[in-house]
Design a binder for this molecule. Structure first.
Ligand code: OGA
Ligand code: MN
Length: 364
């Protein structure tokens, strides 16, 4: 398939990344693994979760179905990797999507726009963008709202993109609701003591991608990395322990949760492409808003979003994907190493994490 694209010295991961990223001709997606469709794939195994690890009531407080209703898959050859296709209760995905768009980009959390804009200019991106987004005509080339220029937000221990480190000097309270969701999911997967200490939220449009990388800045690799996706779908490439190992392409759809732990915690991975949801709807049906009255299962512990807010979120998500990754930085009893002055200076090195044709390296 992509064999003809081989360039001298290019490894298998780079080659497939380029293949799935390319515009013309578009890639053939028929070989992309889809956990949400019953596919005969010898590598995919249904794994039992401990259904008593979290109570149905605690699950519902985070907007999750009872664990007995979740499907969890592992992949032969990737121990510690778990994929849970959309375990959210109806009407709840929009809550998390709205948090990513309206709440989490707010101060004191940090976002890419803070790197070249003043705090005043980046205050309340939501309010600054909502009218512009609401009035935006589909498929028209109009000026981008600030919300559309958002590429990443960091939470808790704020990841430093230059030094690739977390620091005790740059910490703000991790959002309580997201910590709760993460800790429920981690517990259901056997990680009872997981602490949500850092988050990186990624915001993608149809022309964005995320470069090949490993998440190795955390200090305790025995803790899982959790990933939640909302909006349009992505092609995710799961590689090996070596940068050049050929990756496995898989879809991540709205509501899907992925856990990288154990021997899969430090695997290379990337997102070469965002694809329209496979239902061919403006936004996937699992994301559609239902009101509390429509459903008995909607628990209001974290509150409901106002109708007008959802209209803006839906407009944004028509051509976007939001991904939240949640990490535990420190192991039990661990603390940050004491830094020497020379280390603080020598740390800096560029990175090529977020890739966007128009706003390349927006975070720099
Ligand atoms: C990350 C990451 C993948 C995704 O934030 O480290 O790999 O699915 N995200 O967006
Ligand atoms: Mn990652």
């Amino acid at each position: 398939m992509a064999a003809g694209l081989l360039e001298q010295g290019e490894d298998a991961f780079r080659r497939l990344f380029k293949y799935y990223k390319r515009r013309q001709p578009p890639p053939d997606l028929s070989g992309v693994l889809d956990f949400s469709r019953a596919q005969k794939n010898f590598q995919v195994l249904l794994v039992p979760l401990n259904v008593t690890s979290i109570s149905d009531q605690d699950a519902s407080k985070a907007g999750l179905q009872p664990v007995c209703k979740w499907k969890a898959y592992s992949l032969d050859g990737y121990p510690g990797f778990t994929f849970i296709p959309d375990p959210f209760l109806p009407g709840w995905q929009h809550y998390w999507a709205k948090q990513c768009l309206k709440t989490y980009p707010q101060k004191p959390n940090v976002c890419n726009l803070d790197l070249h804009m003043s705090p005043e200019e980046t205050t309340d991106l939501w309010e600054q963008s909502r009218e512009q987004l609401r009035l935006k005509a589909p498929d028209k080339r109009e000026a981008k709202s600030l919300l559309e220029k958002l590429r990443w937000v960091t939470l808790g221990y704020h990841y430093n993109w230059e030094t690739k480190k977390y620091s005790p000097d740059h910490y703000t309270t991790f959002p309580v609701d997201l910590a709760y969701l993460s800790e429920q999911v981690a517990a259901a997967c056997g990680f009872q003591q997981f602490k949500a200490e850092a988050g990186i939220l990624n915001y993608y449009h149809f022309d964005s991608s995320l470069g090949i990388h490993v998440d190795e800045s955390e200090m305790d690799y025995s803790k899982p990395l959790l990933s939640f996706s909302f909006g349009q779908s992505a092609v995710f490439l799961l590689g090996g322990q070596k940068r050049q190992d050929p990756p496995l392409p898989m879809f991540m759809h709205s509501g899907d949760i992925m856990i990288m732990s154990g021997r899969s915690r430090l695997l290379y991975h990337a997102v070469p492409r965002i694809v329209p949801n496979l239902e061919g709807k403006a936004i996937p049906s699992c994301l559609e808003r239902i009101t509390a009255r429509d459903s008995d299962s909607v628990d209001t512990s974290f509150g409901q979003s106002a109708e007008g807010d959802w209209e803006i979120c839906a407009k944004y998500l028509q051509n976007s994907r939001v991904n939240m990754t949640v990490r535990q930085v420190l192991g039990v009893g661990q603390s940050f190493p004491v830094k020497s002055d020379s280390e603080s200076i020598a740390d800096s090195q560029p990175n090529s994490y977020h890739q966007d044709p128009k706003e390349e390296n927006e975070h720099k």
